[in-house]
Design a protein around this ligand. Sequence first.
Ligand code: FAD
Length: 308
Amino acid sequence: MSVLVLAEVDGKTLKPSTYQAITAATYWGLAIDVLVYGKDLDAALAEASTISGVRQVLRAQADHLQHPLVEDVSDLVMTIASDYNVILTAHSVFGKSLLPGIAARLDTAAITDVIAIEAPSHYVRPSYAGNILAHIDNHEDVQIVSVRSTAFRAAERNGNAQVVAISVPPSRAVSRWISEQLSHSERPELNSARVVIAGGRSLGEQFDSLLNPLAEKLDAAIGATRACVDAGFAANELQVGQTGTIIAPELYIAVGISGAMQHIAGIKDSKVIVAINHDPDAPIFKYADYGLVADLFSALPELNAALQ
Ligand code: FAD
């Protein structure tokens, strides 16, 4: 009886979402193994072996896993799946692609985007852009689960698990990694930042010049609404919301954002929400802990000056 957590490696280290998935995995009170796959794994394996609550770290090292493809990772998981009662990963872009295929191959259901585990087979997940919370009882023998990382705290690092090598099946070569374009930023990652300041389309061409100095001072990540991204004022990867990144920072500052439900779906778990909008009836104020009815083009420079 044990739980298998599928880790995610970012370059050489584990993604924060792996730590949060391990916390979710502790719910069952069973032994937890972590599968780490890739090509250069030394740093990630060393890290995984120190995470509290982990029994063993499974090392799946192969050249073709340098840029993991869903089909190859699915084949890898299937070689060990029968040893586990629960297979769990983060509800990331990769996890979302991977998990349903594994569930289909095991002829069972995948319960995705889980924000709470209330009993061994009882899950809570948001539905309809977070407007309802669905409670799901899953009576399958094997539980296949992806968890929303922001809903679980990160596991701590005071463990000492053993690392065990497992054999990796050859690539099926049904799809091919061609290239990736990553944008590098000095700012914290949007999905793990303690503070996020986000702007709507009303910032226009001044999106960067108004938000950057504040983000710098607050050590904040920058986010944007879809309307702002669609208008070309902010990069795609800054989009926050139902179809963007879901975040839960300590402090979320929404500037010139109306508060559409698709945006709220991505920010409502923030601990403190501050909204700046010149329309006192803007829906964002219903969700804000602190609201400032003001013109953003004067409020932001004032805020910036006050933070000097
Ligand atoms: P607007 O709705 O145009 O609001 C602009 C706000 O700025 C207004 O409240 C206005 O009062 C205020 N304002 C204007 N000028 C000033 C000023 N000078 N000073 C102060 N305030 C000012 N949206 C997302 O954000 N994320 C998503 O993931 C997402 N997914 C979607 C998925 C689907 C299927 C659909 C249909 C929509 C989705 N949307 C998403 C879009 C969403 O419905 C809204 O259109 C969008 O969030 C609105 O962005 P906005 O607040 O920047 O713009």
